[in-house]
Design a protein around this ligand. Structure first.
Ligand code: ZN
Length: 567
């Protein structure tokens, strides 16, 4: 499966993914289920093929319903479709899980494993422990609560100077070169959180309690265990993660403190305040020289210079309308890449705001999309995306592999951008594990009050971000910074993944500085493997060391120190 899929994708404007009928799905799945028992090994494969085409059309519809809602959170029709999708999701999970159980129990399991690989069966073993019909309604309730959070955060309700912005819109002021502007912008941003504090707290309390209840119903001690299963972590566990967090505290936090000291000097401030943290140069962070359309054109040139396969992929995305990069006032925040397996296409959604982030997020999501596009012909849907920590290697590594072409976006500021990007990526590690550690505390004590949760965040911050000074911003003083982190509400335990992948991406960075051609080739091969193996197997197959291996982080940190000329 080394070549690009043969799909000739339609233009996105004419792409359709019809809503399936639940009753019809039920009977189609039941028919498959009935046949598995008597089927030969070959027939089992044919049944898996039939199941695959069902899965792919369902996934395309679900992805489209979710994407359209994110593109316009105020459109009633889109909202309705997303609600229908949310309602139907647990039923679809149940249908899939029943089939997974049957294939796991099949007398031809050995032959099937031989054909499809061990990994899918490990994933299914994991999946079947995450659902029983008794949590069906809880899952619907969970989707509703998460959607409320997304809608709340998409509100155009951030009062800044004479304007009313959404949270994506305020971002560029938060990193403004002028200190007063960014201070004012942070005040406006956190004032939004203060005003919606009650709703944010109550939504999260409901989510935590609901998740705890589901875990108990499924026989787990708490949601932590279930959370790991839902993230399909089949080759590492809580202890490995704890060791990794300890390594971050030992090896990365001291360097981060050193960088923060340096930043204080660079910005010529007496004290580094919360609103200074994201600015790394007195004249402001480097910014790209154009808007969303310009970004796409520069992206085409960049990928053309890098590799023919990357170029072909990106042109297909851009010309096919599979990129939505502009910030509109009703669009949900954030950036992501989703996938439409019926036409073999990924889709990139971002909110550009004329900061360096536009370039970072476009390249990041392009990494996901390139991998996804190259894995569309895999025999199983389970292999089209890898598990999340592996998927983030593709995105975060591409951010480094594109370094030599940053002149296209930043002109003379390209080197400034590279340094900024490296520093930011390093500083991300302690933040990332803080978000992970915090969630372990949360789900270990589901009965905590909102203020106790904020206190937990403050405790965690001291451990991982000891330089942090909130100044005069009440919501931050109270410990509410975490409420901005969408994953904490919507995708529990999805966060350590970024830090594991970042550690791998740094290794790609080191390799690329030794030999870019080889690094790029090895990156493309990794993308083509898609999700056919678990995290550590994929990483080592690309010549990377597992982040769980003692000493791995230390080595990465030494390279970064050398680049930044720090001792
Ligand atoms: Zn990502």
């Amino acid at each position: 499966m080394s070549s690009l899929p043969n799909f000739a994708p339609p233009h996105f404007d004419s792409f359709e993914a019809p809503r399936p009928e639940l009753e019809s799905l039920k009977s189609q799945f039941a028919a498959l289920q009935e046949k598995i028992g008597q089927a030969s090994a070959d027939e089992c494969q044919a049944l898996i093929g039939e199941w695959e085409s069902l899965r792919r059309s369902i996934e395309s519809w679900q992805a489209l319903a979710s994407l359209r809602f994110h593109q316009d959170t105020t459109n009633e029709e889109y909202k309705k479709e997303r609600e229908i999708s949310d309602e139907m999701a647990p039923h679809i999970t149940e249908l899939n899980i029943n089939l997974k159980r049957s294939f796991l129990d099949s007398t031809h399991r050995a032959a099937l494993t031989e054909h499809y690989g061990q990994h899918a069966f490990d994933l299914w073993e994991c999946d079947i422990t995450t659902f029983e019909p008794v949590i069906r309604d809880d899952l619907v309730e969970q989707s509703k609560l998460v959607a409320q959070y997304v809608e709340l955060l998409a509100k155009r309700d951030v009062a800044f100077r004479d304007d009313t912005l959404n949270l994506s819109g305020i971002l560029k002021y938060v990193t403004d070169a002028d200190r007063n502007t960014r201070h004012e912008a942070e005040q406006a941003r956190w004032d939004f959180f203060s005003r919606h504090s009650e709703e944010l707290d109550s939504l999260y309390s409901d989510l935590v309690q609901l998740r705890h209840k589901m875990a108990k119903k499924l026989g787990y001690k708490n949601f932590i265990e279930l959370g790991y299963k839902l993230m399909q972590r089949v080759d590492y566990n809580q202890e490995d993660v704890e060791i990794f967090r300890q390594e971050i505290r030992d090896v990365v936090v001291p360097l981060a403190l050193q960088i923060r000291e340096l930043q204080k000097e660079t910005l010529q401030v007496d004290e580094l305040m919360f609103w200074d943290e994201d600015v790394h140069s007195i004249e402001g962070n480097p910014a790209p020289k154009g808007d969303a359309l310009w970004l796409i054109e520069q992206g085409k040139t960049m990928f053309e210079r890098m590799h023919s396969e990357l170029h072909q992929f990106f042109v297909t995305m851009a010309d096919g309308g599979y990129l939505d990069l502009e910030n509109r006032s009703t669009k949900a925040g954030g950036g992501f890449c989703t996938s439409f397996p019926t036409v073999g296409m990924p889709f990139i959604f971002t909110n550009s705001n004329e900061t360096a982030h536009d370039v970072e997020v476009l390249v990041h999501e392009a990494g996901h999309a390139f991998q996804n596009r190259n894995s569309q012909t895999k025999s199983l849907s389970d292999y089209v995306w890898p598990t999340f920590e592996s998927a983030e290697i593709h995105s975060m590594s591409l951010e480094f592999l594109t370094w030599p072409h940053m002149e296209l976006f930043f002109g003379d500021d390209a080197e400034k951008f590279r340094r900024y990007h490296l520093i930011k990526s390093l500083l991300f590690l302690p933040y990332g594990v803080a978000v992970d550690h915090f969630q372990h505390m949360i789900y270990d004590k589901p009965e905590a009050t909102p203020q106790e949760r904020h206190d937990m965040w403050l405790t965690i911050q001291k451990m991982y971000l000891p330089w942090r000074n909130h100044g005069d911003i009440p919501h931050l003083q109270k410990g509410g910074r975490w409420q901005l982190q969408r994953h904490i509400y919507g995708m529990p335990f999805y966060y350590i993944d970024y830090t594991l992948a970042q550690t791998c991406a740094f290794q790609f960075w080191v390799k690329s500085r030794e030999n870019m051609t080889e690094a790029l080739e090895s990156y493309i091969q990794l993308c083509k493997r898609g999700g056919e193996a678990p995290f550590q197997t994929l990483a080592t197959s690309a010549g990377l060391e597992s982040p769980f291996k003692k000493g791995c982080l230390k080595e990465v940190v030494n390279h970064i120190k050398a680049y930044l000329e720090l001792n």
